[in-house]
Design a protein around this ligand. Structure first.
Ligand code: ATP
Length: 423
């Protein structure tokens, strides 16, 4: 009897021990499996995030594993280039857009004679392709440290993103050490040159509203049309290009460059005057940082004051008006006085100001902004008989107020530079 009980106890104990062992083993297997599939999911996300895919219906999907090494210092192209010395073929197969030889471009640019501009990437030349199509050729300077990476980003991105408000990439050149990007030609150059240079051509209020609307559509496509979404990171008036009908397109994405801010090498990307203060303090760049930059562009359209030369001070002066409310009339571009509808200016400035909210999540989304801008334009169509509404008395009163604001602004700016000299 005692012996029987002893055997039962041993049997039950062995059974429990085996059960526990099997249970632990199963747990370990499940955890390992979960970890592996999470890792695969993460790396798939990374590869997708580094290569946005357009949603225009054309099947341009590429093997995302080709870009897996896009994270870190090696881009997908570099990784593939190591596996295959023939980089030209790789670009062709990955981007799906035409590749040209150096000789083709040399001929099309008439040996690089007509310079359209100079960016941090290198010079931009005008060219005529054999089909007669006019294009702009961006030549990557050999001393551009960020250049190769930016070049690859631009080709990968732009070959997938197509929208009427984005500057189209129509070709590229990879020929020995030469790297060039070929874009559709934008006859009227960049928006900044209309606002800040001695350009005699004045942008009308209607044109400014149209430009605001075009840009918001371009950003809306990047933020909400592309899968996964694309954040531009360097929205500014110099990156808004105008075609022959003064319709605007967003340019230069993928080419965001390392810039120093406040003379400190910070690794922040973007351009001083357009950078979201929240991004500068957290280093976290979101769609709402693009919204901030778009708000600055809207204020540029309203005021024609350069963000790198006191635009924010100017805006703040208007906000601390006598009654504590913003007085946007005081900051409108002098060239628009008597030629714009003050109510429309106020509506656009209110929208722009919301984009600058210090808390990113309280800034509007690009879809909200597109809608708001289009409602100003619709309102304009409905009320077209009654515009412009400011009479000549009104106009000279507004002009005097703008002038006094500008004096105030130059006082603020000189006080600031005086103080920074002392520090
Ligand atoms: N597709 C184009 N059509 C016509 N002109 C162009 C085109 N692309 C660029 N340009 C001209 O060349 C200039 C330089 O362009 P690029 O994009 O290289 O530099 P950026 O945007 O002005 O400066 P950064 O590179 O520092 O941001 C532009 O300001 C514009 O005037």
């Amino acid at each position: 009897m005692g012996n029987q009980t002893y055997k039962i106890i041993i049997g039950v104990s062995v059974g429990i021990a085996v059960g526990i062992l099997i249970g632990c083993g199963a747990l370990i297997v499940i955890r390992l499996y979960k970890k592996r599939s999470y890792g695969q999911h993460q790396s798939r996300d990374l590869s997708i995030a580094s290569v946005p895919i357009r949603v225009n219906g054309v099947n341009t999907s590429i093997d995302s594993s080709a870009t897996l090494s896009g994270s870190g210092t090696n881009s997908g192209f570099q990784y593939m280039a190591k596996r295959n010395a023939n980089t030209k073929d790789l670009f062709a197969s990955l981007s799906g857009i035409p590749r040209y030889s150096y000789k083709d471009i040399q001929k099309a640019t008439k040996n690089f004679t007509t310079v359209l501009g100079q960016g941090s990437f290198g010079p931009v030349y005008k060219a005529a392709m054999p089909t007669g199509e006019l294009v702009a050729v961006k030549v990557l300077s050999s001393n551009s440290s960020q250049g190769e990476k930016e070049f690859q980003t631009e080709v990968l991105l732009l070959s997938r993103l197509h929208h009427r408000n984005l500057v189209n990439l129509v070709g590229y050149c990879v020929d020995k050490s030469q790297r060039m990007l070929i874009y559709e030609f934008m006859t009227n150059g960049n928006l900044a040159s209309f606002l800040y240079s001695d350009n005699p051509r004045i942008l009308s209020w209607e044109e400014r509203l149209q430009i605001a609307s075009d840009v918001s559509h371009g950003i809306e496509y990047l933020h909400e049309g592309a899968i996964p979404p694309v954040i531009h990171r360097d929205l500014k008036s110099a990156n808004i290009l105008l075609d022959k009908s003064m319709r605007a397109k967003v340019a230069d994405f993928g080419l965001s460059k390392e810039e120093t801010f406040d003379d400190r090498k910070s690794g922040l990307k973007g351009t001083y005057g357009y950078m979201d203060p929240d991004y500068m303090s957290t280093s976290k760049f979101t769609k709402k940082s693009d919204i901030y930059s778009f708000g600055i562009i809207l204020f540029e359209l309203i005021t024609a004051i350069n963000p790198q030369q006191g635009l924010m001070d100017y805006i703040n002066l208007a906000v601390i008006g006598e009654d504590g409310k913003a007085d946007w009339e005081e900051i409108v571009d002098k060239k628009l006085v008597g030629r714009s509808n003050p109510e429309e200016v106020r509506l656009l400035a209110d929208i722009a100001y919301k984009c600058l909210h210090k808390t990113p999540r309280r800034r509007p989304s690009i879809a909200d902004l597109t809608l708001a801008i289009s409602s100003i334009r619709q309102r304009r169509l409905i009320n077209s008989d009654t515009l412009p509404s400011s009479g000549s008395d009104d106009a000279s009163r507004i002009m005097r107020r703008i002038e006094s604001q500008q004096v105030e602004l130059s006082n603020v700016t000189s006080l600031r530079s005086h103080m920074s000299l002392k520090v």
